[in-house]
Design a protein around this ligand. Structure first.
Ligand code: GLA
Length: 719
């Protein structure tokens, strides 16, 4: 007799079926069904028995292994001194609210696993897994080399999307057919990585932003991790393939003594029949429902000093910069790298979290007080997990450097990693950062992490080098939590050489991500669009950089730079003391527009269109009641045709009429090279044009001819 357990949420359904005391199988994860149809799942459950196969049909369990029939990547891999490697689990399944808990014990290897499947009201399934050694004290440790969450995919999911990238080009999409074999994205960088796929998505052929059925996985973790899709010729029980992932463990990384528990990172699974935008809407809802006051309040407009002054931090200059920033409406002033110890460039001083007496003879007080007197918050840059060898910290505590007993690993950006799992190092960092936060009442930390972890082992004091990434990541999360509970108003940004640490693990402990070091607005169009698959706009730092982008040397109009920076938590990273009167006036109007639109952009639903000509990128945010929307339209290269043609605006209410305006404060293209369409002038200067959502969403809006690197902001309000 099969016993089914069901949870529902947001139109999604998870059904587990258990036979006897065995591990339950996932009978369905996808669109909701009425109860009587759930019963039919059992009727149709038993598949055929082909030649050259197990004698009986089988289903993929919540911890699939070869013993049950799955010969692909296992859900769990463990042993005890080489033995007990094929556990037989006795499971109990219970449901509480929207969570199905599976508790399974394997007596022969003295292990217990607990898997919690929580399906929230947004249709996001979050799986938390842990494993405990229940052995007697004199038994050898339980070694766990994998604890993955794997769920079945149906046959119609036959195409994959994932993201890759590098410094300055984070999260670029890749598409491929789903074929036999394992498609795995493994990250061994000791941080999430610029190339990490935010989501691994499987979907029906040709799925896009607005259409197709899609299933996606995300490992909520900032250490080593893997995402995978795997298909074998004999299928996965009654399913076609599996999707999932987990923490990527190094050999010997998890060895559990009697009574010890390993908590795996949560794996977040999302299904939608409304394409990628459907996934994003669910994930955004999921994150917003977990958010605290820090990110619910209006997100202050930022000025960050990095591309304005780099290491050249001079009080007089920064005071003028703060004056100018305040005069255009900036609400948070963030002092970047270079204010501490001997840190006048990136070769020294990292780790010495003491205000430099050489540069700041009176401490940071004069700057902080000035910033506050202008009504702005004050933020400060730290890179707490790192150290330059040329620093007082490294000289005093060389043993706090993470690496093998044989000597420190190879430097990167002249720096090394501190072993945060060493209690003294952890306490030192916590106290040093906390003291400064307290002393200057710092509102915001830009928390950086500027290298991959090579040779990430910690010496156990007996000459043994033990894998360290998992412990390091957990210590970081603890450190952030402790700091934030000591300073309840402190906001933290996760930066890692730009967007190298963007994931839902770090976002449980921080309040926004630095999306990329690339402030080139044209590159940012794609980076922000794809980061936005998982990260809501209010958590994504989007800054206006200098006219000539420092990272690409491309010169771009202020209009495009302003438009693109409105797509997230906006800011500037530019020496405003060098701006012309006209530029400052444009920025003043832009900052007022940011404040006007942020309730919409930071609380609405992200929408993107599948425009057939990839040279034209259309995206926006629609209020959840669809009463208002903004769309940004950017011509990134020359278009395919002589004019873009009418562009449908996604996500609107077809039953409403909208007043459409072009907001010039977001930047208008300098020269509209040709005669614009009839509606355009009224939409820029007059009261706008009123058009039905049905027409805007289907036939679309004829656009002016835009040159490459030009764009527009449309603002629609229901009438
Ligand atoms: C990293 C960050 C930058 C800046 C520098 C400072 O590269 O991504 O934004 O803070 O460090 O050294």
């Amino acid at each position: 007799m099969t016993v089914t357990t069901t949870v529902r949420g947001g139109g999604a359904l998870l059904v587990l079926g258990q036979d006897g005391e065995g591990l339950p199988s996932v009978l369905r994860w996808g669109a909701d069904l009425p109860d009587e149809a759930v019963a039919d799942l059992l009727l149709l459950r038993e598949g055929p028995v082909p030649h050259n196969a197990l004698d009986d049909p089988w289903d993929l369990t919540v911890l699939p292994t070869a013993g049950e029939g799955w010969l692909g990547t296992p859900g769990i891999a463990l042993h005890r001194a080489g033995g007990s490697a094929a556990p037989r689990w006795r499971a109990t399944v219970s449901v509480e609210g929207s969570c199905i808990e599976v508790r399974a014990a394997a007596d022969a290897c003295a292990a217990e696993v607990v898997l919690r499947h929580h399906l929230d009201e947004h249709g996001v399934l979050r799986v938390s897994s842990s494993i405990t050694s229940t052995a007697a004290a004199d038994e050898p440790p339980l070694e766990v080399s994998a604890l993955r969450t794997l769920v079945p995919l149906p046959t119609r999911a036959d195409e994959l999307l994932d993201l890759s990238g590098r410094w300055m080009r984070e999260r670029a999409p890749q598409r491929h057919p789903l074929t036999d074999g394992t498609f795995a994205r493994q990250g061994r960088r000791g941080r999430t990585g610029h190339d990490a796929t935010l989501l691994l998505v499987a979907g029906t052929s040709g799925f896009g932003f607005r259409h197709g059925e899609v299933w996606a996985a995300h490992v909520a973790w900032s250490g080593n991790h893997e995402h995978l899709v795997e298909r074998l010729p004999e299928r996965a029980g009654t399913a076609a393939a599996v999707l999932g992932g987990g923490e990527l463990l190094a050999a010997g990384e998890v060895r559990l003594a009697a009574g010890e528990t390993h908590h795996a990172p949560d794996v977040v699974l999302v299904w939608s029949d409304e394409g990628l935008d459907g996934l994003t809407r669910r994930l955004t809802g999921h994150q917003r429902s977990r958010a605290d006051e820090r990110t619910r309040r209006p997100r202050p407009l930022v000025l960050n000093t990095w591309e304005a002054v780099y290491f050249d931090t001079d009080l007089e200059h920064l005071t003028r910069l703060a004056d100018t920033a305040a005069s255009i409406g900036v609400e948070r002033f963030v002092l970047d790298d270079g204010w501490f110890g001997s840190r006048r460039d990136d070769t020294r001083g990292l780790g010495d979290w003491v205000v430099s007496a050489e540069v700041w003879p009176d401490g940071l007080g004069p700057l902080v007080d000035h910033v506050r007197s202008l009504g702005m918050e004050f933020g400060l840059w730290f890179e707490p997990e790192m150290v330059n060898l040329d620093s007082d910290l490294a000289r005093a505590h060389p043993n706090w450097i993470l690496g093998p007993a044989a000597g420190p690993p190879r430097p990167a950006r002249h720096q090394h990693v501190l072993d945060l799992a060493a209690p003294d190092a952890y306490d030192h960092v916590l106290e040093a950062v906390s003291r400064l936060v307290g002393e200057y009442e710092i509102d915001f930390i830009k928390w950086d992490h500027n290298r991959d972890l090579h040779d990430a082992v910690r010496s156990d004091g007996r000459g043994e080098d033990r894998p360290a990434v998992g412990e390091q990541t957990r210590a970081l999360y603890r450190l952030l939590d402790e700091l934030r509970s000591r300073h309840p108003h402190l906001e933290v940004e996760s930066c890692s050489s730009g967007g190298g640490r963007v994931d839902l693990g770090i976002l449980e402990h921080t309040d926004r991500v630095w999306t990329s070091d690339c402030n080139d607005a044209l590159e940012r169009v794609a980076i922000q669009r794809w980061t936005g698959l998982l990260v809501p706009p209010e958590l994504m730092g989007t800054h206006i950089g200098p006219p000539r982008a420092h990272t690409t040397h491309r010169e771009l109009d202020l209009s495009l730079r302003m438009l693109v920076a409105l797509g997230g938590h906006a800011g500037l990273e530019w020496d405003l003391t060098q701006c012309s009167v006209d530029e400052l006036e444009a920025l003043r109007r832009w900052s007022a527009l940011y404040r006007e639109l942020r309730p919409l952009v930071h609380h609405g639903d992200v929408v993107r269109s599948d425009h057939p000509d990839p040279s034209l990128v259309v995206g926006g945010v629609v209020a959840s009641d669809r009463s208002e929307a903004v769309f940004s339209i950017v011509q990134v290269t020359t278009g395919r045709g002589v004019s873009p043609g009418p562009v449908p605006l996604p996500g609107l209410d077809p039953a409403r009429r909208y007043r459409v305006r072009v907001r010039p404060e977001a930047g208008l293209p300098a020269t509209l090279q040709t005669r614009p369409p009839g509606w355009f002038e009224r939409a820029v200067e007059g009261s706008g044009v009123v058009v039905s959502g049905a027409v805007l969403g289907s036939s679309g809006l004829p656009l002016p001819v835009l040159a490459p690197a030009q764009g527009l902001l449309l603002h629609l309000v229901g009438v």
